[in-house]
Design a protein around this ligand. Structure first.
Ligand code: E4P
Length: 225
């Protein structure tokens, strides 16, 4: 499963990519606007931090298919070929996905709320589809169930499109999609911190150190072997 960061916060991306096995960064217009920085410089900075190889997913803001395609092309020209153009699955968006794929441009279909939207986006050629787990839950529906249906559909029909689950508000939602065999999750800093940290782990480590010191004092392993 790929862990992707759902943020444009440079400080967090730097820290997380140094410490954790991070597979890329996703942004959307809300995430970008939150940083309130020069867009061009911000994307360049994210690319510098994560390196050339990791996927960077950047969302288009146009509404018409032709304009979405132009935006996608200019993202690749201004930045690099390893950009995934994120396109919301509106009618125009689906047309744009078809065109972008005919030009061999990597695409992430986003703002997915139903399994049929995901299936159509996959048929249009999307490399990733991003169902919005928590937003679906908020509509009194079941985000994880939708994700499960999408994964099953793709398996049944032999699609290579990866499912990139998005919009999480807690660690349990991520565990639930992991149980379903999700390909990738994109996670905000707030939720990512909850994935690995546990007070009992910290307590155990403190206890191990105390016990060690009772016998070996401040000596490190390398000093006694
Ligand atoms: C990522 O691709 C999505 O844009 C993002 O996860 C949406 O998250 P939200 O529902 O918390 O805004």
């Amino acid at each position: 499963m790929e862990y992707i960061l759902d943020t444009a916060n440079i400080r967090y991306i730097k820290d997380a990519t140094e410490y954790f096995p991070i597979a890329g960064v996703t942004t959307n217009p809300t995430i970008i606007a939150k940083e309130n920085k020069n867009f061009f410089k911000l994307i360049r900075e994210i690319r510098m931090v994560i390196g050339k190889e990791l996927p960077l997913h950047i969302q288009t803001i146009s509404v018409r298919a032709e304009e979405i395609v132009e935006e996608g092309k200019s993202l690749l020209e201004k930045f690099d070929k390893n950009i995934y153009v994120k396109v919301p699955v509106t009618k125009e968006g689906i047309k744009a996905i078809k065109i972008l794929k005919s030009k061999n441009i990597k695409v992430t279909a986003t703002a997915i709320f139903t399994s049929q939207q995901a299936l159509i986006a996959a048929k249009a050629g999307a490399d990733y589809v991003a169902p919005y787990v928590n937003r679906i839950d908020n509509l009194s529906s079941d985000g994880c169930n939708t994700v499960g249906n999408i994964i099953r559909q793709f398996k049944n029909y032999g699609f290579k499109t990866k499912v990139l689950a998005a919009s999480f508000k807690n660690a349990q939602q991520i565990q639930n999609v992991a149980n379903l065999g999700i390909h990738a999750v994109t996670v905000t800093p707030e939720v990512f911190e909850k994935l690995y940290s546990h007070p009992s782990t910290d307590f155990s480590v403190e206890q191990f150190i105390k016990d060690w010191k009772k016998v070996y004092g401040d000596k490190k392993i390398k000093n006694i072997i």
